[in-house]
Structures are given as C-alpha cells and as structure tokens.
Design a protein around this ligand. Structure first.
Ligand SMILES: *[C@@H]1O[C@H](CO)[C@@H](O)[C@H](O)[C@H]1NC(C)=O
Ligand SMILES: *[C@@H]1O[C@H](CO)[C@@H](O)[C@H](O)[C@H]1NC(C)=O
Length: 526
C-alpha cells in the first residue's frame, strides 16, 4: 500500500468516525431558526440530520428542497385547526389582554396551554406508539437527538431509542424546566423569572413579586401540568418516572441568550449560553431594495417588523403607525402583509418579507422597530442597531425590558400609543447618542468571545456524540429531594439539637435554682 492509499484510508476512517447521525425533535415558528442554524452547521461538517416533522408545522419551505432528511409524522388534526386556536389566543393577547382581569386572561391562556399539550400528546402517540416508525428510527442508528423542550416528547423518543439528547431552549414558562428538570439555580433575590419584565436590580416589592411568581409557577407545573405527563412517561417507558426526571437526563442545555442580553446569574457546567448563533454578516440586498435604501441619502433607513406571527394589524393601529413613520426623514422598510394603511407616507414601503439580518447589517440602517422577539433582538445586537420596542405578547415585553435596562431600546406601549409617541420614541433612539453607543458596546461584547456561539453549540453536540454523554458535567443536585437540596433536613436536625440543648440548659438552671432556693429557705428557718 502506497502512502497515497494510506492517506485515503486514513481520511475515510476519520470521515466515518466523525460523521454522526442526528435526530431532531423541532419546535415551530421562530423556535426553529436557531435549531436550523445548528443543523446547517452540522450538515456542513458531514453529519446526517433527520427531522421528525409533524404535519401541522410551518417550518419547512415547501418551495425549497430541505437539506435535511424529513421523517413526516401525520397527526389526526389539521394545520388550519392549530392555526385557528393560535390566532385566537394571539388576538386575545395582543388586543384584549390589557382590558381583561389577570384571572380572565390566565384562564383563557390556561385553556390554550392545555389544548396545545393535549395535541402534543397525540403527536407523541403517533411517534412512540408507532412500532414501525420506532423500529425504523432504531435501525437508522442515531447517535444523538436534539430537541426543543418547549414541546415535550423529544426526550421520550431519545429514551426509547437509548441515545443521548441535547436541548436547545430559549426559556420555559416560569423557567420551570431549566430550574426543576435542569437543576440550574435561580435565587429569586436577583434572578428575575422570565416574562416578569423585572431586571436583576429589584426593590423589596419587586423581589416579593418575583418570589411569588416563582412559587405560583412551581405549583402550576408540579400540581397541574406535569401530572398527566408523569403517568404517560411512566407508561411509555414501562418504569415509574416523571417528565422532569426524564428531561433532567439531557446531556446539555443550549440556551439561546448570552451575557449581552442576559443578566449575570449562577450557572451549571452543562448549560451553554449560545445566544445569537443564527446571526451572520449581512449579504447584499435584492437590487430593488438596495436602490430604495440608497435613496435615503444621509438620513438612512429604519427597519420595521412585528415578527412572523403577526401578519396584519387592525386598521386603527396600522394607520397610527403609518402616520408616525411618515413624519420622519428616514426611509422605512416595513414588513407587513395586511391592508395598505391610508396614512402610509411616501418614505415607507411595505414588504411581505424582508431579509432582516441583511438589512440590520446595512451601513445605512439607523434604527430597528421591533416586537422584541429574541431572534430579531440578537440580529440588532450583532449589528449594533438601537431599537424601538413595541412588545405584543409572550416573552416580548420581558425581552424589551432587558434591552431597556441595557440602554439599547426605548419601549412604546402598543395599546396606548399615539402617532406622536411613536415618532418621539424613534427620534429618541435616532438622536440621543446613548442608545447607539450602548448598541455598539453590546455588539462588541457579543462579538468578542473566545469561541463563537455556533461553534460552541456544535462543539458540545459533537462532544456528546464522541463520548456518548457529558455526564461529567451533571450536578449531583439531580439525586436530591427538594428538602435535601435546600438542606432543610440538616437545618431541621440542627434546629432540633439547638432546641434540645436550650431546653436541657433551661431545665438544669431551673432545677439548680429550685435546689438553691430550698437550701436558702432551710437556712433562713434555722
Ligand atoms: C387579519 O387578516 C385576517 C384574514 O384576512 C382576518 O381574519 C383578521 O381579522 C385580520 N386581523 C386584524 C387584527 O385585523
Ligand atoms: C438620552 O437618553 C438617556 C438614557 O435614557 C437619558 O438619561 C438622557 O437624558 C437622554 N438625553 C437627552 C438629551 O434626551
């Protein structure tokens, strides 16, 4: 064998050793953007990616061939049915929540969550109880499963296939999954619960609010949401377990934020903060768009999008917004699919879709008006563009609260805003230099990392494939009960010892005193 053949053999061996097979349990809408970036990178590095794709998901572009193998899972309910219940809750959230009592909205939201989870369970049935499909997955010999735990079941599939799994997650409601199942510490005194709008500097009443929110979420998940799933997981795996115990077996948690966005907090070695991994340097714009952008001259442009889930607005709101935008000298690119507002100015153009990352990275871009989704925020951080936030629902108000606390955003209230409010907010981020300075500072922090977030995510995924696990990073907290974790048993024991000691000392003293007293009395009478 010549040296050439040896080299070929060596390369082949290395190739087969490093090419892994990855199974993906995805989540829909914007949740897919991050996972997709990771999957593309894994594919580019020679791994084979298979996505378990539920028939009601929106994440695949039917016009383009997928770079991944798709294993379609057909469910007995339609995409339209799912879309209808989602658009109902979004309408409630965006237009009616501020007029509803907390109780009214919570119960509507609870109904939505319950419906979603029951659909999720049906989907899960279609996979784990489908012997033919499970056999096929088993035979495919996957090395690892990647899942977004916002929808349970990915971990169950991994457990059935007996392969390690890794999570990619932005946050869970009340951070319950990260805290309970991942065991990451979250002291309520300075780690604000997600969606609370609180920062890491809290007053007494804010800490009270934070604590109560943690406790109510704990109760909600333990007592209400997880019970059914615990039984379901036990039945499917044939051994008594819980949802959380199964999720706690995740080798790694890849969190979609970083310290540019997040407040500093305690960490675990199996949590990696890889926010912004989908961001890229800007690519050239389509010609028509570039011409429009260049026509803005020295004033530059403002990019405006309320995200992929809000296609249209009421006429009232769209007119307020269009009127406000018509009053600034910048050119505006607005991603909007609804009816053309009557007040639309000549400086504003509507687009069904915009290459948001490329626009934010354009040298003419001065500001970004956003609903505050994490992906858009990260693109703005990446390119150092200050923002006006018009949060609508879910984590958006909280995300904008973070960006305000970091001095990179101004917030406008969607329900009460007038055209004047919006103009003032846009002018503030355009003309008050502190917002741009903070945006550039956060951008520098984001870029100045020893290993880029995408490379870190991929490194750890490959690490788990190479070593079959990352158990050395797993804290022993997983083996403790809640009272052991907080050392309540030890404290109770110490308190009991102290009580016994105190009791016996007091008893002794009393006894001595009585003795002395009797002796004294005796002497007196003598
Ligand atoms: C958006 O458009 C859909 C379909 O045309 C319509 O049913 C819905 O009411 C519109 N939403 C708003 C807020 O106007
Ligand atoms: C600019 O913004 C900062 C931060 O919000 C604020 O403290 C400052 O007063 C503003 N300056 C002007 C001139 O409005």
């Amino acid at each position: 064998m010549g040296p050439g053949a040896l080299l070929v053999l060596l390369v082949l061996c290395m190739g087969s050793a490093s090419a892994g097979k990855v199974l993906v349990w995805p989540a829909d809408y914007s949740h897919w953007i991050n996972l997709k970036a990771i999957m593309h990178e894994l594919t580019a590095r020679g791994h084979h990616v298979t996505v378990l794709l539920p028939s009601y998901f929106h994440i695949t572009d039917s016009n383009q061939p997928s770079p991944f193998l798709l294993e379609k899972v057909t469910v007995p309910f339609s995409k339209a049915e799912m879309d209808a219940s989602l658009s109902n809750i979004l309408h409630l959230w965006i237009y009616e929540q501020h007029e509803m009592s907390l109780w009214e909205f919570s119960s509507a939201f609870y109904d939505f969550v319950v419906e979603l989870l029951s659909k999720n369970k049906i989907l899960c049935d279609m996979v784990v109880l489908n012997e033919k499909l499970m056999k096929k997955l088993q035979l495919a010999g996957f090395d690892l499963l990647i899942s977004d735990p916002i929808a349970p079941c990915g971990e169950l599939v991994a457990e059935k296939l007996q392969i390690p799994f890794v999570y990619s997650i932005r946050f869970s409601m009340g951070n319950a999954l990260e805290r309970f199942c991942g065991a990451i510490p979250a002291p309520p005194s300075y780690v604000p619960i997600s969606t609370s709008g609180l920062t890491d500097r809290m007053s007494f009443t804010e800490r009270m609010k934070n604590m109560l929110l943690y406790l109510s979420h704990d109760f909600f998940f333990y007592q209400i949401i997880w019970r059914d799933w615990n039984q379901y997981y036990s039945d499917v795996l044939g051994t008594p377990t819980t949802l959380c115990e199964t999720m706690g077996k995740a080798e790694l948690w890849l969190i979609r934020t970083y310290w540019d966005f997040e407040f500093p907090r305690p960490l675990l070695p199996n949590f990696e903060f890889v926010g912004g991994l989908h961001c890229q340097p800007a690519k050239p714009l389509p010609e028509e768009m570039e011409d429009f952008v260049q026509s803005s001259g020295e004033h530059g442009i403002v990019v405006f999008s309320l995200g992929s889930m809000v296609q249209n607005l009421t006429d009232e709101k769209s007119n307020i917004i269009a009127l406000a935008l018509s009053q600034i000298p910048q050119k505006v690119l607005w991603r909007y699919k609804g009816k053309r507002p009557e007040t639309l100015g000549s400086n504003t153009r509507l687009y069904d879709w915009i290459p948001q990352n490329d626009l934010l990275g354009h040298s003419k871009t001065k500001a970004f008006i956003t609903h505050g989704g994490t992906n858009g925020i990260y693109e703005a951080i990446y390119h150092g563009i200050p923002m006006v936030g018009i949060p609508l629902f879910a984590d958006q108000p909280d995300n904008i609260a973070h960006m305000r606390a970091k001095g990179m955003a101004v917030e406008v209230n969607f329900h009460t805003m007038t055209a004047q409010d919006l103009v003032e907010a846009v002018n503030m981020v355009l003309h008050n230099a502190t917002y741009k300075e903070n945006a550039v500072r956060l951008s520098q922090i984001h870029h100045d990392q020893p290993i880029k977030p995408l490379a870190r995510a991929v490194f750890w995924i490959e690490f788990v494939m190479r070593h079959k696990s990352a158990k050395h990073l797993r804290p022993a907290a997983h083996h403790l009960t809640w009272y052991q974790y907080h050392c309540l048993d030890v404290m109770a024991f110490l308190a009991a010892c102290a009580a016994v000691f105190l009791f016996s000392t007091v008893k002794c003293c009393l006894f001595c005193c009585q003795k002395c007293g009797r002796v004294m009395k005796k002497r007196k009478t003598e």
